[in-house]
Design a protein around this ligand. Structure first.
Ligand SMILES: [Mg+2]
Length: 358
């Protein structure tokens, strides 16, 4: 007798079916270094024929227009308004605490200064200009002097003048500090380098407090996208595609979206099997061609094993056992993830066959 009950579909709808917008992270999803990732451009253009496609990036060094230009160079059909950046999300946070027209100390590059000026703020790079807030995002030109100015501004007691003559208790803790994102590392052509989180951490050490954060996995950047693409009332109609569990998938899940982990970037089967609740994607894809293919639904059998098409995995004590391999290695990974995730147990307790990690 077949393992599958006729009532249980083996193939479900494709990840993009029924979605009102498909949002993609960039690095590790669309491109790696200077070049496009295999199948990403043609797959996203094909999705864009019937569903709105947007792009979300934590990288604060470039403007949305410059990101859109790069994506068009790679062959994507992309306009400036299709790109949501962490500086744009940071502007929304800033507007909640500081009036436009105020002077803002920038630790960062063009991506930040452009958005600040567009939103009516005055940009400074010196704490001596008595800034009303500090905003910090990555730029490859940043150095110690910029971080020191941020520390001087954040450590200074605010003057009454900066707040229209009154200083409340909250303001007494210092002026607002907003970071575009907290990515510890940034991939560049020559390798992995310190990212904005690392630079924020240097300032944090000097000032003894932490900034508000706009980028993934925090919600402001997803809220910015929801406002832009009209999904605030129905977040589950948005699909977020990322290559990192701790930023893309965690953030998308927090925002109530369905999420894809695509295995073309940072996180690989080992990280997926170990993913904590909250960082588990709705879909696991090998590459973006699968966005429009029916997705194989994991089926839990009566004996507790999980089958994904021809692949079945079972938990025996603390051993993960491959019952059948099926034809697609990804199905085996999907089944193994489901067994581990459903067990409620931590990955380090399990004995996992090495082939699942490849
Ligand atoms: Mg990425």
């Amino acid at each position: 007798m077949s393992l599958f009950s006729k009532k249980q579909p083996i193939l479900g709808p494709s990840p993009v079916e029924g979605k009102s917008v498909v949002l993609a992270d960039l690095d590790g999803v669309v491109y790696a270094g200077p070049g496009a990732i295999d199948y990403a451009v043609e797959s996203l253009n094909s999705v864009a024929e019937h569903t709105r496609v947007g792009y979300i990036t934590n990288n604060a060094s470039r403007t949305a227009a410059s990101v859109a230009f790069h994506l068009r160079e790679l062959g994507l059909d992309c306009a400036e308004e299709d790109v949501v950046t962490s500086p744009q999300a940071a502007m929304h946070l800033l507007a909640e605490v500081v009036e436009p027209g105020s002077t803002i100390l920038v630790v960062g590059g063009e991506g930040l200064t452009y958005e600040l000026e567009k939103n009516g703020y005055t940009v400074t790079f010196s704490a001596e200009d008595n800034p009303a807030a500090v905003i910090q995002g990555f730029s490859p030109e940043l150095g110690w002097k910029h971080l020191a100015e941020a520390a001087f501004a954040l450590n200074a007691r605010p003057s009454a003048d900066a707040f229209g003559g009154t200083v409340t208790d909250a303001q007494g803790e210092g002026i607002p500090w907003i970071a575009t994102n907290m990515d510890w590392t940034i991939p560049v052509a020559r390798g992995v380098a310190p990212g904005n989180g690392t630079l924020v951490s240097a300032v944090h050490t000097a000032v003894g407090r932490l900034p508000q954060v706009a980028g993934k996995p925090e919600l402001p950047i997803f809220e910015e996208a929801a406002r832009r693409f009209g999904t605030a009332e129905a977040p589950e109609t948005a699909l977020f595609i990322g290559d990192r569990l701790d930023t893309d998938v965690m953030g998308g899940n927090r925002a109530g979206m369905e999420t894809v982990l695509v295995l073309t970037g940072i996180d690989q089967p080992k990280q997926l099997l170990a993913a904590p609740a909250g960082s588990r994607p709705t879909y696991i894809l090998g590459d973006l061609r699968e966005l429009q293919l029916p997705y194989p639904t994991p089926v839990t059998n009566k004996d507790g094993s999980v089958t994904v098409r021809g692949a079945t995995v079972r938990k025996e004590g603390m051993d993960l056992v491959i019952v059948s391999r099926g034809e697609d290695k990804l199905d085996l990974l999907r089944a193994a993830c489901q067994v581990i995730w459903d067990s409620g147990l931590a990955i380090f307790g399990f004995s996992v066959p090495e082939e699942l990690y490849c």
